[in-house]
Design a protein around this ligand. Structure first.
Ligand SMILES: *Cc1c(COP(=O)(O)O)cnc(C)c1O
Length: 367
């Protein structure tokens, strides 16, 4: 079976480095908030071009903590997309704020600025932009919209490690960026991890307090915080994996380029190509097909795994059915959710497997 992710078949040199990283932490006897975490915070912030990185327990917490560190909570509205991982919206709810859902641009599946404008209200405080599938697009327009409307721009970068638009990295465009290091993300650990990146020292300081029980100094708790720290073992594993990210991202780009060049089927459509190759981290390669279930079954028969990101838009999830949304509805999100299919696109995919996936898609007999 050609899998959507194949972490068990990563290069031997990387496996060795990961074992050494874990052994280093075990030998140190220091497991939470230490030198490994500080080193990874510094290296990942540098990779993103931001002044600060604050390691947290997962990507969802990184978003919640970013919102709370910016003083966004009860009574405040945060506009985001219903075509995302549920965690994006859950983080807004967990911060005590109110999500408002804008529709997507069908060409990219990213949030539409026109729709966002229809969602604005006097209570809007922030726009939470999701770099869905790894795509970074139209960032100067988002910055301008936030500047004009006096809103905080926050980036959900959980799928966009290594994506850069005209040399500027995901996470550095707004007040804060939130990364996840869940195992299958482009940079992942052997468990859960996350990081908030920001240029704002005050936001970083508040985030450091919030992740650690709201503690300012030992046993003093001015804030109602969380327990959300990036453990030393995960920080060490991420330090070992970071040097591989560029090569892995290049492979994802080569896979995506081959799909773009060779997928040829009248019933299978592609999303718009990236503004520039570097602006897409190719976390997922998504195609659109009216006969999606039949295509998925055909691929399965041909030994190709596929997944759907995401079959149920956020506004159709029970806790979110009453959320305010674009006054024109969310028809593009609903259409996308009914048609999107993600094909295998990961660094371990061989040329032979890549050809097999292309051949499997192109041989689909659409009814
Ligand atoms: C994975 C993901 C998250 C959540 O990250 P976790 O580390 O699993 O909490 C949030 N947003 C998006 C877009 C994601 O893909």
């Amino acid at each position: 079976m050609i899998l959507m992710a194949d972490l068990a078949h990563e290069p031997e040199a990387l496996r060795v480095a990961m074992h050494q990283a874990v052994q280093r932490v075990l030998a140190s006897g220091w497991y939470v908030l230490g030198a490994e975490g500080r080193a990874f915070e510094q290296q990942w912030a540098a990779a993103c071009g931001t002044a600060h990185g604050v390691g947290v327990a997962n990507g969802m917490d990184a978003i919640e903590i970013a919102l709370r560190a910016l003083g966004i909570g009860a009574g405040d509205e945060v506009i985001t997309t219903p075509m995302t991982a549920f965690a994006t919206v859950l983080a807004i709810l967990r911060a005590g704020a109110t999500p408002v859902l804008a529709d997507i641009d069908p060409a990219s599946a990213l949030m539409s600025a026109e729709s966002v404008r229809r969602c604005l209200s006097p209570r809007t405080r922030a726009i939470l932009l999701v770099h869905l599938y790894g795509q970074l697009r139209g960032m100067s327009a988002w910055q301008a919209l936030c500047r004009e409307a006096g809103l905080a721009l926050i980036e959900d970068c959980a799928q966009a490690h290594g994506a850069a638009l005209r040399g500027q990295h995901a996470g550095s465009f707004g007040r804060a960026g939130a990364y996840s290091f869940y195992p299958t993300k482009n940079l992942g650990t052997a468990g859960d991890g996350g990081m908030l990146v920001t240029d704002d020292e005050a936001v970083a300081d508040r985030a450091k307090r919030l992740r650690n029980y709201g503690q300012s100094e030992r046993y003093h708790h001015p804030d109602i915080g969380l327990n959300s720290r990036l453990d030393e073992v995960h920080a060490a594993l991420l330090l070992a994996r970071l040097p591989w990210l560029a090569e892995f991202t290049e492979r994802r780009r080569a896979v995506a380029a081959a799909y773009r060049a060779h997928l040829q089927h009248p019933a299978v459509r592609l999303l718009a190509p990236p503004e520039e190759a570097a602006a897409h981290a190719n976390h997922l390669f998504v195609v659109l097909c009216d006969a999606r279930e039949a295509l998925q079954a055909h691929l399965q028969e041909r030994g190709v795994q596929s997944l759907i990101h995401y079959p149920v838009p956020v506004h159709e999830q029970p806790p979110c059915r009453a959320l305010r949304r674009d006054s024109l509805g969310l028809p593009h999100s609903e259409r996308h959710a009914a048609r999107c299919l993600s094909l295998p696109c990961h660094p371990q995919l061989s040329d032979t497997q890549l050809d097999q996936v292309i051949e499997a898609v192109n041989s689909f007999a659409a009814c």
